[in-house]
Design a protein around this ligand. Structure first.
Ligand SMILES: [Zn+2]
Length: 274
């Protein structure tokens, strides 16, 4: 039985885990501490980047990479693939902070996003997620549940995982995470992972590896803060609230809602702020 205030020793060990990250940076922004603990616990961790995130690449960033290629005498003119490569390489660089490698990551490139705008979810999207579940046979899945992102991409991704999980026969445990756009309230979350100052520093380092998302990226939403500042503030606030309610000395913490597959597949997407 999981402790509500978990230590890494209470978390999964030696099991198979898929972290579904809607954009290439949600994993480290929202659950960098958990990612570190899961990997260090010897789990087989696969981070599945559901969308390419290409619309989050600025013109200045593309220009810089084009100059980089030209300087090396290399020619490449597919701007869309360059944007995808920028986000992918940043995502890999970020998880490498935790010692993870390319073998721990997968690009799903869900079609609803690559078709431009956010097209309706189709069976093609769900089939891709299902194929990964079937391949990895995870004991645990982590799913983004901060559904207040500006274009609704997180909700589309949530629904894709939910529909794929409904078709998938084996049992699994679903962990719903938040962080980039909103956070779980103390009364909502089932499990908290306390972070020491060094853990939070490491998490911020990983978030900052998404260099193209710093300093006013194209999709920043209404919150003027950098993503690492949001994560820092939210984790500290959760720690303060936990300290006040439990009497424990919690510096910072990530929060998770945990449920079995049966409950997960019938849970309506919840956009409420915690
Ligand atoms: Zn996102």
């Amino acid at each position: 039985m999981l402790q509500r205030l978990a230590t890494p020793a209470d978390l999964p060990r030696g099991e198979r885990v898929i972290v579904f990250s809607p954009h290439p940076d949600d994993d480290v922004i929202s659950m960098g501490g958990m990612l570190q603990a899961l990997f260090n616990n010897g789990n087989t961790v696969m981070v599945a980047y559901m969308t390419t995130g290409e619309r989050g690449v600025s013109a200045a960033d593309i220009e810089r990479h084009q100059l980089f290629l030209q300087t090396l005498g290399l020619a490449y003119d597919d701007v869309s693939e360059m944007k995808i490569a920028i986000r992918w390489s940043e995502a890999l660089s970020a998880i490498m902070v935790y010692g993870m490698l390319a073998e721990n990551a997968r690009q799903l490139r869900l079609p609803f996003y690559t078709l431009g705008g956010n097209a309706p979810l189709t069976d093609a999207d769900v089939a891709i997620v299902y194929a990964l579940l079937d391949e990895v046979q995870p004991h645990h899945i982590f799913v983004a549940a901060d559904l207040q992102d500006p274009h609704g991409t997180h909700e589309q991704c949530f629904l894709a995982v939910q529909q794929a999980a409904a078709r998938y026969a084996p049992p699994l445990t679903a962990w719903l995470y938040r962080g980039a756009w909103q956070e779980w309230g103390i009364d909502e979350a089932d499990v908290f992972l306390p972070l020491r100052p060094a853990d939070l520093e490491m998490k911020i380092l990983a978030i900052k590896r998404h260099r193209g998302q710093m300093h006013a990226p194209p999709v920043a939403g209404n919150d003027p803060r950098e993503f690492y500042e949001r994560a820092h503030a939210r984790n500290l606030e959760t720690g303060q609230r936990l300290s006040a309610t439990t009497g424990a000395d919690v510096y910072a913490a990530e929060a998770f809602v945990v449920m079995d597959k049966t409950a997960f597949v019938t849970t309506p997407p919840n956009k409420e702020t915690g």
